[in-house]
Write a protein that binds this ligand. Sequence first.
Ligand code: ZN
Ligand code: ZN
Length: 186
Amino acid sequence: MLITHDTRCALDTVVDLVNTVPEDEAAPDGLADVAALQEFVGTHDISDVGVLSEPDLSAVRRIRGRFAAVFAAPDARTAAGLINDLVAAAGTTPRLTDHDGYDWHIHYFAPGASVADHLTADCGMALAFFVVAGEQERLRRCEAPDCRRAFVDLSRNRSRRYCDSRTCGNRLHVAAYRARRKEAAG
Ligand SMILES: [Zn+2]
Ligand SMILES: [Zn+2]
């Protein structure tokens, strides 16, 4: 499947957005305040976003929960329904652009859209293309115990089961090692 530059950026953004949700009550929220949202917007190069406010923050927090549900969807039909609802609420204005030296591609957010609507339109459409391409199952949540981070499995044979946080990789590695040792000692 062909993934254009902007789709790739939108995918990275939506994965990072979903993963700002604290994993438990004790963990800090990745979008704790407007400053954190401002930083998120800057890091992910989200264009045409004006001055951010509290309502922006609560709107973005609302949609990240809904995007998390897309990554947890058991099948394409469920994912499609969730994506349709998201994108419909955001309002989209597809338009061709070749900004910043990139080849022609389509932006979906409406001019003047709020940051939440901007994210919903462009990230929603990026996820929609995975469903269209028959690749919905690449939208995953980590299978490590205690970790529900979202990720997009871009491996050739769709074999990735864990997120790329080092904790997950290492933790599982150690657990498998201990299990083997225990068996050998047993
Ligand atoms: Zn673009
Ligand atoms: Zn993980």
